[in-house]
Write a protein that binds this ligand. Structure first.
Ligand code: DOR
Ligand code: ZN
Length: 344
């Protein structure tokens, strides 16, 4: 059993970097571990134009040390009225790597999202034609649907029809949480893939209620029952090119999580690679780690693989309980736990 794991430099295909002081505080954690990251556009106001994305990209680079070679890959926040010409030209000019579909009301800062996929059919046809990937938060927003069923119902009601209407559209089903999603992606064509977070491989829904309400285990889509965690975890370590790394790191100040209405989101950026490595190790699948972290994502997106490598060592890593950041505190994923791998 090897104690040293050297892999091609990895990328994170789903990240919330926020803006302002929070951006300044958290950007470095992602940039330290990953060469590139897909940057979520759910700011206030959301990133809906190429001009806004370009300005946000500049703010991200300004938040990093001058010699950083990190590359933020920007995304557009789809709305009912998004300008398809700006979206397409932004993609053509390399400002937009992809566009994100938030069903309106599905999650944090999604109020301006799409109220009915029918409203963006023209935009999706355009994206399909130019090969621009669609990233999907796959949950229905109907309050009548049980929160633990919203991903499975989304597949049936929205995603299956969408893939029939746009058979060549590249789709990333983001942060999948169910066996249903795993099965859907496996059975779909090569143009459909999924990202998997470390937390959905590690926790099931019991973690949210263990001895009391645990706000730091709350994210959206919410963790599901054990059988789903096992299916998602098996997909991650399987070696299938359809599944790749996307942390969905989503920092919220500690006070905003530990509140009567706590925000959804898990801050896992500081030790993401160590968390994933521990998962692959526990599953006896370290041989598949490089594909998941560094190869499947760029191949799906049609981007070059990174040059260079990173090394993880088998050594105890204590995750702090709390990380003080400018004026506030963040609680990282697996706070207070000890992992078996450390990034050099
Ligand atoms: O838990 C989540 N947090 N899920 C999301 O979809 C959004 C994210 C956030 O922005 O905080
Ligand atoms: Zn997210």
């Amino acid at each position: 059993m090897s104690d040293i794991l050297t892999i091609r430099r990895p990328d994170d295909w789903h990240v919330h970097l926020r803006d302002g002081p929070m951006l300044d505080a958290v950007a470095v954690y992602t940039a330290r571990q990953f060469a590139r990251a897909i940057i979520m556009p759910n700011l206030i106001p959301p990133v809906t134009t190429s001009a806004a994305a370009s300005a946000y990209r500049d703010r991200i680079m300004a938040a990093l040390p001058e010699d950083s070679d990190f590359t933020p890959l920007m995304t557009a926040y789809l709305t009912d009225t998004i300008d398809a010409d700006d979206l397409a030209s932004g993609h053509d000019e390399g400002i937009f790597t992809a566009a994100k579909l938030y069903p309106a009301g599905a999650t944090t800062n999604s109020d301006s999202g799409v109220t009915d996929v029918a409203n963006i059919h023209g935009v999706l046809a355009r994206m399909e034609a130019i090969g621009m990937p669609l990233l999907i938060h796959g949950e229905v927003t109907d309050n009548e649907v049980d929160i633990f069923d919203r991903e499975a119902v989304f597949i049936e009601q929205i995603l299956e029809p969408l893939t029939r209407d746009f058979p060549a559209l590249k789709i990333v089903f983001e942060h999948i949480t169910t066996a249903d999603a795993v099965e859907f992606v496996k059975a779909a064509g090569a143009n459909i893939a999924a990202t998997i977070t470390p937390h959905h491989c590690v926790i099931n829904r019991n973690a949210i209620f263990e001895g009391g309400v645990r706000p730091h285990a709350y994210c959206l889509p919410v963790a599901k029952r054990e059988q789903h965690r096992l299916a998602v975890r098996a997909a991650a370590v399987s070696g299938s090119p359809k599944f790749f790394l996307g942390t969905d790191t989503a920092p919220h100040a500690r006070g905003d999580k530990e509140s009567s209405c706590g925000c959804a989101g898990i801050f896992n950026a500081p030790y993401a690679l160590e968390s994933y490595a521990a998962i692959f190790d526990a599953e006896g699948a370290l041989d598949n780690f490089e594909g998941f972290a560094s190869e499947h994502g760029p191949r799906f997106y049609g981007l070059p693989l990174n040059e260079g490598s990173i090394t993880l060592r088998r050594a105890a890593l204590e995750i702090p309980d709390i990380m003080p950041i400018e004026g506030t505190e963040l609680v990282p994923f697996q706070a207070g736990e000890t992992l078996g791998w450390t990034l050099d």
